[in-house]
Design a protein around this ligand. Structure first.
Ligand code: F6R
Length: 239
């Protein structure tokens, strides 16, 4: 389903409401959340509502979506640091509730296996909230990805390495990522893909108008039975 909202705030309120409703309904829901600019307001609204309505997240499980290889959790710009600042910290989420990629691990393949096992153990993801890269990536599932893949290490697309600089104060070498695979995202019981702003308009056009293929990984989400493409008017401008 594609839903277009008047502005970024309305889009974020819709996504936040979906998370809140799930958490109220399923105390031990499994959430998989993207970092990045787009979901920032969604997380702010989730925290605000959870505090106002005293909604408990104490049994919620969080699985990592992706991380920059070699960028530790304490470094501003890492996906973990972002989520810690925006949602884990403000909601008082315990470390035991969070299953995130350790992108500093010496054996990254083992790290992928560990996360694959955790996702099986928790019986899958209830809700995955993802963004979309300017190249159509989801998590770090870059163009050309195997749609059947599970967690893996990826050589980042040039676009991702360049655009990713926006998260860091100083120039940071970003060459590899570690990410859940497209199949794991597609197996989530519900997927929300958020896109906001004029800069996302061209890739949203490609996502929704081109034949679905791994050239634009975000396109796969349009085939998810419970997949939502949530846009603001600017991101929908080329449709
Ligand atoms: C980050 C992630 C990425 C971003 C995407 C859009 O955890 O998974 O795929 O969602 O690059 O980033 P923003 O929202 O900053 O435009």
């Amino acid at each position: 389903m594609v839903a277009t909202f008047k502005n970024y705030r309305d889009l974020s309120a819709f996504a936040a409401n979906k998370i809140i409703r799930l958490v109220k309904h399923k105390k031990n829901a499994v959430l998989c959340l993207a970092a990045g600019d787009t979901p920032a307001l969604t997380y702010h609204l989730v925290v605000e509502t959870a505090k106002r309505e005293a909604i408990s997240f104490s049994e919620i499980i969080f699985t990592g979506l992706d991380e920059w290889v070699g960028i530790g959790p304490d470094i501003p710009g890492s996906c973990y640091h972002f989520l810690q600042q925006k949602i884990f910290g403000p909601l008082g989420i315990k470390k035991t509730q969070i299953h995130f990629f350790n992108s500093m691990a010496t054996d990254l393949q083992q790290e992928c296996n560990r996360i694959n096992t955790i996702i099986q153990t928790v019986r899958g993801i209830d809700l995955a909230l993802v963004g979309i890269g300017l190249n159509g990536h989801v998590g770090f599932n870059e163009p050309g990805i195997d749609p059947a893949g599970s967690a893996h290490v990826v050589t980042l697309d040039e676009v991702t390495s360049i655009v990713g600089q926006k998260y860091f104060k100083t120039n940071t070498a970003l060459s590899k990522g570690i990410t859940l695979g497209m199949a794991q995202i597609m197996q989530a019981r519900e997927v929300l893909l958020l896109a906001a702003g004029t800069k996302k308009a061209a890739i949203i056009r490609r996502t929704l108008k081109e034949d679905i293929s791994n050239a634009v990984p975000a396109g796969f989400i349009t085939t998810h039975p419970n997949g939502w493409i949530l846009l603001d008017e600017e991101a929908a401008a080329e449709l």
